[in-house]
Write a protein that binds this ligand. Structure first.
Ligand SMILES: *Cc1c(COP(=O)(O)O)cnc(C)c1O
Length: 379
């Protein structure tokens, strides 16, 4: 929190808008929609709820398929299962670590031949880096398949001149506690289709018909954001650009200190895109590097430093072991990233001294490994 959130919370209390309706919600939706450059936004209880609503609006139901990035958090795909539909997972490519247009093309071609095109494609922008949206949206347009852009991790990032989250029929954001800005829990569904958003709002408030009595003709959900949390969101949104700058500074410091180490590669940021660098992610090339991600994570843990592996690809999850998967080439890029990747501590409130401690620990693991190699070579 940066301080201004409290003012918005106090305002909600003073005006007694303690409900999933109220002025902060309307203002927060407008602020996000304007920032992203879309016609409308709907504040909801989570990013997962936003994806679920998008799938319902696209009429995803039992027996349908939905394509989804494999290298992501499970929340990207869970709502496909809520709808009784079947996820088909698409590999990453090496330049953005996101959905491979090559794998997507092959999957779309095969689905077209089999007369079973997916109802939607969920494209994730991993760790704040946009996928190759131009190629992906062109392919999806060719087959007339709508795109849901899962921008849960990439608020504040850009692709070309446009904001991340503005490329699909729907975009979704998350304000969960770990994201770049937070409402403790919350999400946003954005779109240029304001009629669809109105319908999403109806579904998110138990699908109550227009009647004075409580009448319902279809199933609804309790998915709206509270006015208090929207106040927190407004306070957080005010410093979004500052957060992006801080995250990028954290990345820069790691890069300057560690990029020269043989076998260490940082998550790329292709020209024309700007990542919010939500997490600084690196890979350790096993052909060059004597240190495995496991070694690195344990060494950091010994120093009481929490770091994490890269997301386990969804096609490798027991939950999805029956699902189809399209690899980028004869190599599965997401599997390789999972085997070699680490996310370093990237908090914007991490003091420079703490980051220096992480950097020293990482360097010492390499030094120890070098010493062992020398000892091995000379013995
Ligand atoms: C966090 C996250 C979500 C889910 O958001 P919640 O608000 O936690 O439901 C979805 N997709 C990705 C890629 C995420 O990182």
């Amino acid at each position: 929190m940066n301080g201004s959130e409290q003012r918005y919370i106090d305002e909600a209390f003073e005006t007694n808008w303690i409900a999933p309706v109220g002025p902060h919600i309307n203002a927060f939706e407008k602020e996000i929609a304007d920032y992203i450059g879309v016609k409308g936004a709907l504040a909801v209880s989570s990013g997962t709820a936003a994806i679920h609503l998008a799938l319902i609006l696209l009429d995803v139901k039992k027996g349908d398929t939905v394509f989804c990035s494999s290298l992501t958090f499970v929340a990207s795909a869970n709502p496909i299962v809520y709808q009784g539909a079947e996820p088909v997972f698409i590999d990453s490519e090496p330049e953005t670590w996101n959905m491979s247009p090559e794998a997507l093309k092959q999957a779309l071609e095969e689905a077209y031949e089999a007369n079973e095109l997916p109802k939607a494609v969920i494209v994730v922008n991993l760790y704040g880096q946009s996928a190759k949206m131009e190629e992906i949206t062109a392919l999806c347009e060719e087959y007339e398949v709508p795109v849901i852009e899962d921008a849960a991790e990439s608020l504040g990032a850009t692709y070309g001149r446009r904001a991340s989250g503005s490329f699909g029929k729907f975009g979704i954001f998350s304000f969960n506690g770990n994201k770049i800005i937070t409402t403790s829990g919350g999400g946003m569904l954005v779109s240029d289709d304001t009629d669809a958003l109105e319908r999403a709002g109806f579904l998110a408030t138990q699908a109550r018909d227009r009647a004075a009595h409580y009448q319902h003709s279809q199933v609804g959900y309790n998915y709206r954001m509270s006015n208090i949390l929207a106040g927190v969101g407004r306070g957080q949104f005010a410093i979004l650009d500052q957060r992006v700058a801080q995250k990028r500074r954290v990345f820069e410091r790691y890069f300057v200190e560690l990029a020269h180490i043989p076998g260490v590669t940082f998550m790329p940021e292709p020209g024309g895109t700007m990542s919010n660098r939500w997490l600084t992610a690196i890979t350790l090339d096993p052909e060059v590097c004597p240190v495995t991600p496991h070694d690195m994570l344990s060494a950091l843990a010994e120093e009481n430093i929490e770091a994490r592996p890269v997301w386990k690809p969804l096609h490798l999850q027991p939950l999805f072991d029956k699902c189809r998967y399209y690899a980028h080439s004869d190599q599965s890029v997401s599997e390789r990233l999972f085997e070699t990747g680490i996310c370093l501590p990237s908090g914007t409130n991490m003091p420079a001294e703490d980051q220096q401690r992480v950097i020293s620990c990482v360097k010492s693991v390499f030094n120890m490994a070098d010493l062992q190699e020398i000892r091995y070579a000379t013995s």
